[in-house]
Ligand binder design. Structure first.
Ligand SMILES: NC(=O)c1ccc[n+]([C@@H]2O[C@H](COP(=O)([O-])OP(=O)(O)OC[C@H]3O[C@@H](n4cnc5c(N)ncnc54)[C@H](O)[C@@H]3O)[C@@H](O)[C@H]2O)c1
Ligand SMILES: [Zn+2]
Ligand SMILES: [Zn+2]
Length: 345
């Protein structure tokens, strides 16, 4: 089969690989029909993710058709169309029992990281019963690819952890696919202000179309002043950090209102200053989370009922043999305007 392999920092290739085989009774082999590229795949290609070693097939998102199952798989049969979660979970370990699937002792984020991933014609999914979701008949498969990772990430790490409530004020720092997923799902709770902050005017324009009540280009260093103007000098009840660098986390520390929440989503590679000299008396909460995908069944229902349309995030489509072009387009988002790219296999 054909697969996109990580070959070391800045190296990748579309290679011929053997079709994966069932290795444990709880495995399923899925024929991938649609996948996508995540910002995290770009982090891997920069050499930022040491757990992902050269030779690994990339990808942790996708939809496909079950090809074969191990003897212990009871919820799926060959021929079933399935959504692949970016998080594999056994459903039984101490963390899975707390719905913290991302910390599953024999799963978590392993796909396209510690085991071969979905940017391939076939993928082996461990713990298939609890790591795949049935795709309802007639569902839009492209929209569902957004449910493997980005929708649950924006919702769980940003909106749920950030305790967005009706009438509250929310700022989302970072308007990439994750920040925009938080923007779409924050609207379940009808906040009164949804301020999106980024450096990229094109993405801020998208944010306005997706329901932002105000957008701020922070390139001029005036984001704090603008947020205070927009909130009557109070700051925001929820500040969602969706970039992963010190400057944006510190902006969240500055704009959070007393009693508010800073919900960190970004993956940080460097230490961040915690300004306790300003925050100690402000009754705030700071949350961190690796996406658990515990909300996936609910998000599936919401997408099916068309309350939100995650397809809005898809800007480009490629055939699998053009996946290197897809990486080029996705990796140059500022120039190409890419948000999510669909790769059809
Ligand atoms: N916690 C989790 O489970 C989880 C899961 C998936 C992704 N992530 C992380 O979420 C973050 C966002 O992911 P993404 O795919 O949307 O990334 P992305 O790179 O597409 O988007 C980041 C956005 O931040 C903006 N930005 C950069 N510097 C900025 C600054 N100084 N001020 C304001 N905006 C700035 C960029 O213009 C871009 O639009 C990443 O760090 C990613 O690794 C976390
Ligand atoms: Zn991802
Ligand atoms: Zn587990």
């Amino acid at each position: 089969m054909k697969a996109l392999a990580y070959l070391g920092p800045d190296k990748k290739a579309l290679e011929e690989r053997p079709k994966p085989m069932i290795a444990a009774a709880t495995d399923a082999i899925v024929r991938v029909t649609r996948t996508t590229i995540c910002g995290t795949d770009l982090h891997i290609l920069k050499g930022d993710v040491p757990s992902c070693t050269p030779g690994r097939i990339l990808g942790h998102e996708g939809v496909g058709v079950v090809d074969s199952i191990g003897t212990a798989v009871t919820s799926f049969k060959p021929g079933n169309t399935v959504l692949i979660s970016c998080i594999s979970s056994c459903g039984k370990c101490v963390y899975c029992r707390k719905l913290m699937y991302s910390h599953c002792t024999t799963g978590g984020w392993i796909l396209g990281n510690k085991i071969d991933g979905t940017q391939a014609e076939f993928v082996r999914i461990p713990h298939a019963d609890t790591s795949l979701y049935p795709v309802p008949a007639g569902a839009d498969e492209e929209a569902l690819v957004m449910l493997s990772d980005i929708l649950p990430t924006g919702f769980e790490c940003g909106v749920l952890n950030g305790k967005v409530t009706p009438g509250s004020s929310v700022a989302i720092v970072g308007a990439g696919p994750i920040g925009l997923a938080a923007l779409l799902t924050a609207q379940f709770y009808a906040p009164s202000a949804l301020i999106v902050i980024d450096l990229d005017d094109n993405r801020l324009e998208v944010a306005r179309r997706f329901g932002a009540t105000a957008t701020i280009n922070s390139a001029d260093g005036q984001a704090l002043r603008r947020v205070m103007e927009l909130t009557g000098n109070l700051g925001v009840d929820t500040a969602i950090e969706a970039v992963g660098i010190p400057a944006t986390f510190e902006l969240c520390e500055a704009i959070v209102a007393p009693g508010g929440v800073i919900a960190n989503v970004g993956v940080h590679g460097a230490p961040v200053s915690l300004h306790m000299e300003r925050l100690w008396d402000r009754n705030i909460t700071i949350t961190t989370r690796l996406v658990d995908t515990a909300s996936t069944p609910d998000l599936l229902k919401i997408v099916q009922s068309r309350r939100i349309d995650p397809k809005l995030l898809i800007t480009h489509r490629f055939k699998f043999d053009k996946i290197l072009d897809a990486y080029e387009t996705f990796g140059n988002a500022a120039k190409t305007g890419a948000l999510k790219v669909i790769i059809e296999i």
